[in-house]
Design a binder for this molecule. Sequence first.
Ligand code: SAH
Length: 282
Amino acid sequence: MKSPLKPPFNPTAKVPAAGPRPAFPVRLKPEAGVPSATKLVAASARSSGAAGKNDLKIPSKTAVPGGVGLDSQAVRARMVHKLAAQGVADAQVLAAMGRVERHRFVDTALANQAYEDTSLPIGLGQTISKPNVVARMLELLRQGAAGKLGRVLEIGTGCGYQAAVLSHLATEVYSIERLRGLHDKARENLRTLRLPNVHLLFADGMIGYAKGAPYAAIIAAAGGEAIPAAWIEQLAPGGRLVAPLQTAGGAQALVVVDKTSQGIRQTLLEAVHFVPLKSGTS
Ligand code: SAH
């Protein structure tokens, strides 16, 4: 597929720090009063008046419950050590997991569980995957690459946690969410982190995001009965897709799809439990 970007897009090339970025929208359908700038870094500090009724309260740096020191790097370092002991070997993935404060992405009441190896509710019936699953998928996605991935498409922004981790592993991250409440929440969560390479889109991720294609990698956090054809089309040659996929009897397994010069190669891996991939927006 020919990229609409000029000059032709090289998915493995690094984006020059000072160079122009293509102007993709944060939202596919901009709203009145919502800045159209693509870069979250352009947004000012979190606005207290912007919280919707479904928004979770994110603890501030000084208000972590129980005084458990969740801001301390040591807590994340412990999580990272545990991930390594569980078999995550990719140093870049471990470093990225160590950089992102997971407790900022979950409800205050759950913040003290944020670094445990457990999935947690993020509202609207959705969940943030457990750190071990996030790390495993990102490790698969990177295929042991020496440097950063190029453009990455994420389907299922949720609270934005994985997009934040991905921002340290890819030059650009395009993340799609079909639930407006979560899209807004992720935008709010990510705003203060100032990650200029994360672009959030409110849309049905089953059709991917053709304007950003081709992608060096695609990762889905929701599992359907089949891998949508659009995802395969939008994957760059040599690119890899990692997603949950429904298997016999309603179970789910992790699937890796490689777009090789010989064609599409699909590998089914271990059983997983992700929320369902749904079409349309809501
Ligand atoms: N990576 C996320 C996990 C979110 S859970 C995080 O770190 O929080 C999976 C998300 O996929 C849910 O928010 C769900 O609404 C979303 N989802 C399901 N089907 C989708 C689709 N077709 N397009 C975009 N998002 C979808």
